[in-house]
Design a protein around this ligand. Structure first.
Ligand SMILES: [Fe+2]
Length: 187
């Protein structure tokens, strides 16, 4: 993958982070409401107590992000704009996100919560170049790093925390590679 110098305002990544964090908190809030409703009527509450309510909400929100990331890499792969080397990396990263998606879905099912599927359609804007796709992917990865960072500090169930920590490692790796590809400093 060829590194390019950034052509954008250096504040752009910081502003993007702020927006993504806001999005993440919105999703987390929405997901928690549904999850808590289930837990208030299900047996899981009796078994695990209050701590699981928040964990299920966080997992549901994380699942949303994983579905979105899989779709973003799919859009990139189908665009015919990626060079062979970048295509290979995109497929590998998408595979990681599918693994995360399936893992989160499995945990939710084990807790008696039916995991939500992907949206019918995602709007990733008009992708005109490989760089557009790399930026799209980088922004998703940055959102994922922020999301799982939040998750790790709020999760209460040990098994869920362990899974989240492993996912976070993947997301940081993805973001680091994509930052290098578009010329955003990793330091
Ligand atoms: Fe990722």
């Amino acid at each position: 993958m060829k590194a390019e110098k950034p052509e954008v305002n250096l504040m752009e990544p910081l502003l993007a982070e702020k927006n993504l964090r806001r999005e993440w908190l919105r999703f987390a809030g929405t997901a928690s409401a549904g999850a808590i409703l289930f837990l208030l009527t299900g047996k899981t509450k009796e078994l695990y107590g209050q701590s699981l309510q928040g964990d299920v909400g966080i997992l549901t929100a994380a699942l949303y992000l994983e579905h979105e990331a899989v779709a973003a890499y799919q859009a990139g792969a189908e665009s015919k704009l990626l060079s062979p080397g970048v295509f290979k990396v995109a497929v590998a990263f998408q595979s990681d996100h599918k693994y995360h998606r399936d893992g989160i879905s499995g945990v939710l099912k084990s807790l008696g919560v039916e995991p939500k599927g992907p949206e019918k359609k995602y709007d990733f804007g008009h992708l005109r170049s490989e760089k557009d796709i790399l930026r799209l992917a980088r922004d998703r990865e940055n959102g994922a790093v922020l999301a799982y960072g939040t998750l790790a500090s709020n999760i209460l169930t040990k098994a869920v925390l362990n899974f989240g920590a492993n996912v976070l490692v993947d997301e940081v790796r993805h973001r680091t590679v994509l930052n290098a590809a578009i010329g955003v400093p990793n330091y």
